[in-house]
Write a protein that binds this ligand. Sequence first.
Ligand SMILES: Cc1cc2nc3c(=O)[nH]c(=O)nc-3n(C[C@H](O)[C@H](O)[C@H](O)COP(=O)(O)O)c2cc1C
Length: 210
Amino acid sequence: MTNKKQNEITLAFTGASGAPYGLKLLESLLAADYKVYLLISPAARVVLATEHDLKLPSGPEAAKKALVKLFGCDPERLEVCGKEDWFSPVASGSAAPKKMVICPCSVGSVASIAHGMSDNLIERAADVVIKERGQLMLVVRETPFSTLHLENMHKLSQLGVTIMPASPGFYHNPKSIDDLVDFMVARILDHLGIEQELVPRWGYDQRNEA
Ligand SMILES: Cc1cc2nc3c(=O)[nH]c(=O)nc-3n(C[C@H](O)[C@H](O)[C@H](O)COP(=O)(O)O)c2cc1C
C-alpha cells in the first residue's frame, strides 16, 4: 500500500453496542484532518437510533449531509460508502487507505472477517487491509465472549489485526459517560499514531502530584 494514503482512513460502524465510541472517533479523525471513508452496516443504523437518537437517512449522500451538519466538517473530508459500493476505493488494494477501524465491531462481523467472507463492503474493506498488510483495528463489544468469538479474535490477532475490546478503564477517575468514551477513543487514536489530548497519559499527572 502506498504512502500517499497516509491521511486517509476507513472507519466502519457495525451493529454492536457502543455508537458513542464510533461517533466520537469519527469526530476526532475529522478534527485531525483525516479524510474518512465511512461504512455503516444496517444493524449499526439501528444501534445509532437506539443509543444516540441519531436516525441517519439510508442513502450514502443523505447520510453524509447529516453527518457533515452534525460535526460541522469540510464535506471533502467525509465520504459515506454504500453497503455494496464495490467501486469505492476501499474495495481495492490499489486504492484503499492503509488504516481501517471498525468501531463498534460486532462479533458477527468479527466472524465474517476471520473467514474472509467479503460479503459486504465492510467485510471486503477489512479483507483488503489484511491482504495488503495494513493496520486493521476491531473495537469489539460483546459480553461474555463465547469460545467461538475468542477463536475468531485469536485467528485475526495472529494475522496482525489489533483486537481493541471496548472496555474502558477507570483509573482516570471518569465522572461521566463521555469520560469513558474518551478513554476508548484515546487508546484507538494512540494506536493509529494520531495526537490526542482526550485523556491524560498514565504516569504524567500522578508523578506531578506526588
Ligand atoms: C441495540 C442493539 C445492540 C446490539 N449489541 C450488540 C453487541 O454489543 N455486540 C454484538 O456483537 N452484537 C450486538 N447486536 C447484534 C448485531 O447488531 C447483529 O448480530 C447484527 O447482525 C450484526 O451485523 P453487522 O456486524 O453487519 O452490523 C446488537 C443489536 C442491537 C439492535
